[in-house]
Write a protein that binds this ligand. Sequence first.
Ligand SMILES: Cc1cc2nc3c(=O)[nH]c(=O)nc-3n(C[C@H](O)[C@H](O)[C@H](O)COP(=O)(O)OP(=O)(O)OC[C@H]3O[C@@H](n4cnc5c(N)ncnc54)[C@H](O)[C@@H]3O)c2cc1C
Length: 479
Amino acid sequence: MSNAPSLVWFRLDLRLEDNPALAAAVQRGGPVIPVYIYAPGEEYPWAPGAASDFWLHQSLCALSLSLKHKRSRLIVRHGPSLETLQMLFRETGADAIYWNRRYEPAVRRRDEAIKTALRTDGLCAESLNGALLFEPWDVLTKQGGPYQVFTPFWRACLAAEEPSDPLPTPAKLAAPESWPATEPIAALGLEPAFNWAGGIRAAWTPGEVGAANRLEAFLDDAIANYTDDRDCPAIPGTSRLSPHLHFGEIGPRQIWHAMKHALAPNATKGAEKFLPEIGWREFSHHLLYHFPQVCDEPLRAAFRNFPWAEDTRALKAWQRGQTGYPIVDAGMRELWTTGWMHNRVRMVAASFLTKDLLIPWDEGARWFWDTLVDADLANNTQGWQWTAGCGADAAPYFRIFNPVSQGEKFDPDGAYVRQWVPELAQLPAKWIHKPWDAPSAVLKEAEVALGRNYPHPIVDHSEARARALEAYKTIKNSQ
Ligand SMILES: Cc1cc2nc3c(=O)[nH]c(=O)nc-3n(C[C@H](O)[C@H](O)[C@H](O)COP(=O)(O)OP(=O)(O)OC[C@H]3O[C@@H](n4cnc5c(N)ncnc54)[C@H](O)[C@@H]3O)c2cc1C
């Protein structure tokens, strides 16, 4: 037990429940000083994008309020992390700091340097696991190396010791005799200057309470049909927990526990399908940890020589949801409006960019990085490289999604397209995924004027597919 204060350095773990760093500080005894340091430059070249900043502002406000309810405070500072922490140690007389680990390469380098410097100063500096079910170094192949294929990776995870039960929210957080100064969260300038984020604000409730409510709603309404509904973008059939998980407003142990122990019998089939999705999140972090270069280059080296195209006009059309392919455009507009896109449509939109348009995967990853509220370096990199065919356990490059048949299969009555591409809302389902094939009388009746109020397709899918396969031949033999 110590009577000196402990700092708890909050980062992507913006919650009180199942927060190992917070629990360790409480257990040590003495006052607890919760701290958030805003230092986006330290994450270069992957400093959070605009949608993430928006979310972070709301989430910090929520955390600050939860701490107030515990008669505690969130101390917010802006500046280089190490120097800011050293200043806080001096100001508060604290002699220990706890934080939960992150796995992005730049953050890992920084955290290791900070831990060394603080320990050299004679302080206790400990990092803990609050973000993953299985640490990347604990799950290894028989040869002792990292996994590159999901199924054996997840099998090994399931054979390992079961993740421990989540830690409860601390009943009490002892306050220091005097609190150090804090900056107002608004001073971080995370909220956009003009209100482009109205759609995001309407769609989400950032913060720990919002995350818990989202999990509860998913368990009540969607888990039982998850297996069937998860691929249909018009149905709220998935959990939408991704931004909450990214910001650590809920931890994977809480989800694991809810799935394993708190389910009605009719939901177990859904849970069996759902837990491997959490497994994909684990796998993405495993890959990012063991292959830190993947956020900037393809895991499969042959793809460095892939003959990508440079096509700014096509890239802009894709970003704005003006490709002329309704399912792609619906996804890109859902992303722009709500900061989120359904997983099935992410795959279709990413395949369209990298294969139909031959635009490099990292251009797409950058756009998603700026616009997704769940932008996550591990998951985004893995999702893009998987779809582009250049990552671990990737869909082969020659698996090229057909945007028309994907639309017809997963949005058969066109409800998703109608919602996000209102220009096409009156088209019959038969034509909604291929308006260019509709008879002119049908288009007229539905008030669709191709080339005027909705674009002609920017490429012909069959020709684009053939072009992509030709491009692939140039690297196929060097793999
Ligand atoms: C091109 C592309 C980019 C992506 N970028 C991101 C990203 O930046 N951040 C992100 O969280 N996910 C990303 N994903 C994965 C996936 O699309 C989202 O996690 C999912 O759509 C989130 O919705 P949900 O929470 O309703 O998912 P659910 O189906 O309810 O799944 C539950 C959780 O499992 C995890 N998960 C599900 N699918 C995947 C997956 N394929 N890979 C890794 N984790 C997964 C997520 O944390 C998700 O919240 C990307 C996928 C693709 C194809």
